[in-house]
Design a protein around this ligand. Structure first.
Ligand code: HEC
Length: 203
């Protein structure tokens, strides 16, 4: 089984210092990523999990810093301007394609489609029944494409929760200005906010 190389982890460290909007559940939901594979086979599900978790951790850390230093309204600007470049720079360092998509996107560029939507729908049903959302791997056009759930926690609700109770006025005003078509409000804790899509070259 192939792990993320030490060289890649080393390259990653400066990026970890950069600022970032996302959860930290890619790791927690990893039960089915532990597939055992023969020695000479790449465990793409585990590898992609690592990429998604690293990127999510960078986003999460920087988001927390932004909130703590100047509050959630300011952190909206941070997400607005930094979520994309930060995700892209991680993808570059890791040499994979990485994106976050949702069935209820805030940024319309993050709209899920086709099989992503199917996966999200099935995941929501599983969660509603008290189950867990497992990652999923498929091969398409010679690429390995993996999906990992992004689950909400309490912290997310100041920007993705109930607009009357959990999002403060200043933050709400900012969100409404920047995202007139926002569909990403009204979430509760432990819901499927979206997914990481990790596209890896097949070795
Ligand atoms: C300070 C406000 C804020 C907080 C807190 C926040 N987000 Fe977001 N989130 C945003 C903004 C703004 C965007 C749109 C970013 C963009 O334009 O690319 C976004 C986008 C996303 C997206 C991409 C899909 C989409 O809707 O565009 C996901 C997934 C997401 N957030 C998950 C989370 C999770 C999970 C948490 C909690 C761990 C969280 N966010 C916390 C503001 C926030």
């Amino acid at each position: 089984m192939k792990k993320i190389s030490p060289r890649k982890l080393f390259l990653l460290s400066p990026v970890l210092l950069l600022l970032s909007c996302g959860g930290r559940n890619a790791n927690e939901q990893s039960d089915t990523a532990q597939l055992s594979t023969p020695e000479d086979t790449v465990d793409y599900l585990a590898l992609g999990q690592e990429y998604a978790a690293q990127t999510q951790s960078v986003l999460g850390k920087n988001l927390m810093q932004a909130i703590q230093s100047e509050g959630s309204a300011h952190a909206v600007d941070f997400c607005n301007t930094r979520a994309y470049p930060l995700t892209d720079s991680m993808a570059q360092v890791l040499n994979v394609h990485l994106k976050r998509v949702s069935d209820q996107p805030r940024n319309p560029d993050n709209a899920a489609d086709g099989s992503q939507l199917q996966y999200i729908k099935a995941g929501k049903e599983k969660l509603a029944q008290g189950g867990k959302v497992s990652p999923q791997l498929q091969e398409f056009d010679g690429k390995m494409i993996a999906y990992y759930p992004i689950i909400t926690n309490t912290m997310c609700l100041q920007c993705h929760g109930d607009p009357n109770r959990q999002i403060n006025q200043e933050t709400l005003a900012k969100l409404n200005t920047l995202y007139p078509e926002d569909q990403a409000k009204g979430y509760a804790e432990n819901q499927l906010r979206g997914i990481w899509v990790v596209e890896m070259d097949k070795e």
